[in-house]
Design a protein around this ligand. Structure first.
Ligand code: ADP
Ligand code: ADP
Length: 235
């Protein structure tokens, strides 16, 4: 049973039909790539799946149960996290502060309650190490990391806070070859932990490198879906 299933999703903006019936699902441990050119409907799809806006038509199921999300928070509570291109991080703040933004671990109670710096640092350092990023110190600013590392921090953060499904919005589009390889390795790592990854991209090569399934959309419609075993990759 898929973690998340989108059935015949339509999204209209006034007279513009951005999605005209797209179906899509993702399983635990699977990387399902959504491919499409500019204007195909990828952003609209992401916004629908992540709860930014409701579909005009169609059904969404989580673990087989119909759901309606009225906010990204609601989707997150159902285990669906999205890493948007802005990464929702503040470059001047430390990796630790960014990692815990909005979820500060505290100790004490009442007027004595405060941010548990030690715990936050320890968890952040451990999670970063798992992802192959060696921080010089937990106070290192996010802005000092490479684009690929920042992307990995955002992914690690979402997974640490319980994402079962991770929607990645063009995570490699602004990166060079080495950084891209690192991000693809991160995707592979979280997939092996059982996370279902929705990899939104217009880069066919990047999709081929990690995808288990591929769906191509154009003008809001599905052109086709294929599993990895059904595509013969030429070297
Ligand atoms: P992609 O992310 O694949 O480039 P989008 O989902 O952004 O595609 O856009 C799909 C179509 O919907 C395009 O024709 C776009 O112009 C239109 N569109 C997207 N967002 C809006 C909006 N807020 N209002 C009106 N039209 C929109
Ligand atoms: P992307 O390529 O990442 O989809 P775009 O530059 O196409 O980004 O779109 C940026 C934002 O503007 C998106 O949130 C999209 O929904 C919105 N948008 C895109 N096309 C239109 C449009 N024709 N009218 C209004 N909003 C749009």
């Amino acid at each position: 049973q898929p973690l998340v299933e989108m059935r015949d999703i339509e999204k209209h903006y006034g007279n513009i039909i951005a999605l005209a019936g797209v179906s899509f699902s993702v399983q635990s441990g699977e990387c399902h790539c959504l491919l499409g050119d500019n204007g195909a409907g990828k952003s609209t799809f992401i916004k629908t799946m992540s709860g930014v806006h409701a579909p005009s038509k169609g059904q969404m199921l989580v673990n087989g149960q119909p759901v309606t999300f009225d906010s990204p928070r609601a989707a997150m509570n159902a285990g669906i996290a999205t890493v948007f291109q802005d990464l929702a991080m503040i470059p001047l703040m430390s990796v630790t502060r960014n990692f815990w933004m909005g979820r500060e671990p505290t100790k004490g109670w009442g007027p004595f309650m405060r941010f548990d710096v030690q715990h936050a640092n320890d968890v952040t350092m451990a999670e970063m190490t798992k992802m192959g990023i060696r921080l010089r110190e937990p106070d290192q600013a996010v802005g000092t990391l490479s684009g690929g590392e920042r992307q990995t921090v955002a992914i690690a953060r979402a997974v640490y806070f319980g994402a079962k499904v991770l929607i990645l919005d063009e995570p490699t589009s602004a990166l060079g070859v080495r950084q891209t390889a690192n991000v693809l390795a991160t995707i592979d790592r979280v997939r092996k932990q059982g996370v279902g990854v929705v990899f939104i991209t217009h880069n066919v090569r990047h999709a081929m490198a990690v995808g288990d399934r591929f769906t191509v959309i154009n003008r809001g419609r599905t052109l086709g879906t294929a599993a990895r075993g059904h595509i013969r990759a030429e070297e």
